[in-house]
Design a protein around this ligand. Structure first.
Ligand code: FES
Length: 154
């Protein structure tokens, strides 16, 4: 076990975790943050995305100890039940969920995209989401959700 402090969603957490524990495991098992999902566990599907200093990162392949000094934001840290983040609101309005398992990654990737490119082209949106897998095939609604998020944020 190793001791570390993680800054997650604006709060500091002192933890004792196995030295090699992936960030995803610590977020879900130790902090009860179940927004990030376990999909492939190999850095391939995007279900586990979180923001690390505002950049989308695959928490299943990042050792928790490697991000101890960084600002981590999970889906839970984007908005509140009463005041959703505009990207969350847009995904609801566009009915972009079928099973919903990929949505954590889609939303986090969209938040990161719009932070660096507030008015992306469709090609930029497709590129930003191209490594997030959706097995239900709701890609059309997901693209509409990103379009709506741009409207809500500008
Ligand atoms: Fe992390 Fe698939 S669970 S990329």
């Amino acid at each position: 076990m190793t001791s570390l402090t993680l800054r997650v969603n604006g709060r500091e957490h002192a933890l004792a975790v196995p030295a090699s524990a992936p960030l995803l495991q610590v977020l879900r098992n130790d902090l009860g943050l179940n927004g990030p999902k376990y999909g492939c566990g190999l850095g391939e599907c995007g279900a586990c995305l979180v923001l690390v200093d505002g950049v989308a990162a695959r928490s299943c392949v990042i050792p928790a100890g490697g991000v101890a000094e960084r600002e981590i934001t999970t889906l839970e840290g984007l908005g509140t039940r009463d005041r959703l983040h505009p990207v969350q609101q847009a995904f609801i309005e566009a009915q972009a969920a079928q099973c919903g398992y990929c949505l954590n990654g889609m939303i986090i990737a969209t938040v990161a995209l719009l932070a660096r490119t507030p008015r992306p082209s469709e090609a930029q949106v497709r590129a930003a989401l191209s490594h997030n897998l959706c097995r239900c095939g709701t890609h059309v609604e997901i693209l509409q959700a990103v379009e709506r998020a741009v409207e809500l944020m500008t």
